[in-house]
Design a protein around this ligand. Structure first.
Ligand code: NAP
Length: 509
């Protein structure tokens, strides 16, 4: 069946349609992409670490080769500045190359060997060897706010391909042209590496039908998603209702609470500027945006609030990713500003198409406890700042928080040890704890954790950034009593791949 429904990309800075028609995938096309991914999985799952590494590196090379055309198109479709997009392209290709290195090193498969004990009494122990194997075809939703690094060739794609999974990407409708360019780069890498075409497929769609068809397809074995709570939860529920439920790794955002202790607030102007800088970075369109901040009761709190108010007023409106995101932001801030006892600075209204104005909402800490929605994500350049009446109230607020990606404490070396209880509470609420930093800016590395307890994500054990993201798309398989020739190289005697393995309880190489 041919697809007839087409749409165009819109420049969020101007509201103008951009050249190029994109076609909504039909059910048949989604089905075909998933079937091809399943077929290709039978080939790709057997590729060695170095073979998959060469493929990831080739994708990075092909993305680089797109040159400025990619950046120009992404700039027109998202309103994100070229400098930011240049950095994001580096992050995207760097991420692919990092996974390539990780695959060549090879120990990620977590090989474990318990050799046979034929003479053990009362029963002999069989030879048991375990390692991680890929899950199967993965469905990936491109995110709107990172058109490169969390989109078609983003972290979900890099980690799923690294694990040995084939993928079907549902491109985000806010940047379809950028998605097509990156998709083309991946297809070229697939061909150059002699892999089956079904290793990578991409479908377009506006509205939920295309994504849902992918989630419900029996050949899809896991989902990666970054976006709204509403979208992520709907996809999670749909996946759980399938005849064969599958894991959904949905990263749905967070308000990333920041706690300011009295000693840190002494440096009020500089700290307030850094706080506002973090709120407004990228027009606030980061899942790590500090959307709520709690000041310890102290004399400096008023000066900090004034400095933050001044800094927020100096930030010029800038285009958000889409008009819908801007409208949701304005609605969210307006609703919070209407709560009793909440004051708002910024948000004059009347902004041009899709432009977002920074907003700072201030309130008593008691109001935050009374209206928990003040601590919920309003995606955009806004934050809620409160002063606690007492140390105990600050701890009560910390205890009342639901799951977030991050939490931050600003304090001096002298005072931080006195707040071990606060650290203890926050450790149970988030995936990443920061001292004297700001949560925006997520390093891609081995030690990063970008995830957190529900509702920040649907699986607190997982990360969507860093090399541990590969674990989402792999499952352990134990080989019992296998003849050596039939074992994967990772588990063979003599350790031919020279990887770290747990052999009879001892890590060895
Ligand atoms: P979104 O509405 O969650 O959409 C993300 C992707 O999921 C899109 O491809 C969307 O398809 C699809 N989708 C959404 N709901 C679905 C459903 N019920 N079934 C199947 N597919 C579904 O996010 P967005 O459009 O990027 O931005 C909207 C809001 O998401 C923002 O205002 C913000 O609150 C939040 N957001 C959060 C983060 C974060 O990092 N936490 C990042 C980006 C956005 P269609 O667009 O075709 O419907």
């Amino acid at each position: 069946m041919t697809n007839t429904q087409s749409f165009q990309a819109v420049n969020p800075a101007t509201g103008e349609s951009l050249p190029g028609d994109f076609y909504e995938a039909t059910d048949d096309q989604v089905n075909e992409a998933c079937e091809r991914a399943a077929e290709a999985f039978q080939v790709y799952r057997k590729k060695s670490g170095p073979e998959k590494a060469a493929f990831l590196e080739r994708i990075a090379t092909e993305i680089d080769a797109l040159g400025d055309d990619l950046l120009q198109r992404a700039n027109a479709e998202t309103g994100l500045p070229l400098a930011r997009l240049t950095g994001e392209r580096g992050r995207t290709t760097g991420q692919l190359r990092l996974f390539a290195e990780y695959l060549r090193e090879g120990s990620w498969v977590n090989a474990r060997i318990d050799t046979a004990l034929p003479d053990r009494q009362p029963l002999p122990r069989p030879d048991l060897r375990q390692m991680l194997r890929p899950l199967g075809p993965v469905g990936i939703f491109g995110a709107s706010n990172f058109p490169l690094a969390f989109s078609v060739a983003g972290g979900d794609t890099a980690s799923a391909l690294a694990a040995g999974c084939t993928i079907v990407v549902k491109a985000h409708p806010a940047h379809p042209g950028t998605s097509d360019l990156v998709g083309q780069a991946i297809r070229q890498a697939v061909a150059a590496c002699g892999l089956p075409e079904g290793v990578f497929s991409m479908v377009h769609g506006r509205g939920t039908a295309v994504g849902m068809a992918m989630v419900q397809h029996p050949e899809i074995k896991a989902i990666g998603f970054t976006g709204s709570f509403r979208g992520g939860k709907a996809i999670y529920d749909a996946a759980a209702r399938r005849p064969e439920p599958i894991p959904v790794y949905a990263e749905m955002g967070s308000t990333n609470p920041v706690f300011f202790l009295p000693g840190a607030l002494k440096n009020s102007t500089k700290l307030a500027q850094a706080y506002v800088g973090s709120i407004t970075l990228g027009v606030g369109q980061f899942c790590t945006n500090p959307g709520v901040a709690i000041m310890a009761p102290c004399d400096e709190a008023e000066a900090f609030t004034q400095a933050a108010r001044q800094a927020i007023g100096e930030v010029a409106p800038a285009p958000m990713l889409t008009q819908a995101i801007q409208q949701t932001y304005v609605k969210g801030i307006t609703q919070l500003a209407g709560l009793p006892g909440v004051e708002v600075i910024g948000m004059q209204g009347g902004e041009t198409y899709a432009h977002g104005t920074a907003a700072l909402l201030t309130a008593k800490a008691g109001t935050l406890l009374q209206y928990p929605e003040l601590a919920e994500e309003v995606f955009g350049p806004g934050s809620v700042l409160v002063e606690a009446d007492s140390r105990e109230q600050m701890l009560t607020i910390a205890r009342s928080l639901h799951g977030h990606l991050t939490a931050t404490i600003h304090g001096t070396d002298d005072e931080l040890p006195d707040y071990a209880d606060l650290i203890d509470i926050l450790e149970q609420k988030v995936g990443r704890l920061l001292i004297n930093g700001f949560p925006t800016g997520v390093e891609v590395g081995h030690a990063m954790q970008h995830g957190g307890p529900y509702p920040a994500t649907t699986d607190a054990r997982s990360t969507s950034v860093g090399t541990n993201a590969i674990l989402r798309f792999a499952r352990p398989v134990c080989y019992q009593g296998f003849p050596p020739a039939l074992l994967p190289d990772e588990l063979k005697d003599g350790n031919p791949l020279n990887i770290w393995r747990l052999v009879n309880g001892e890590w060895t190489k």
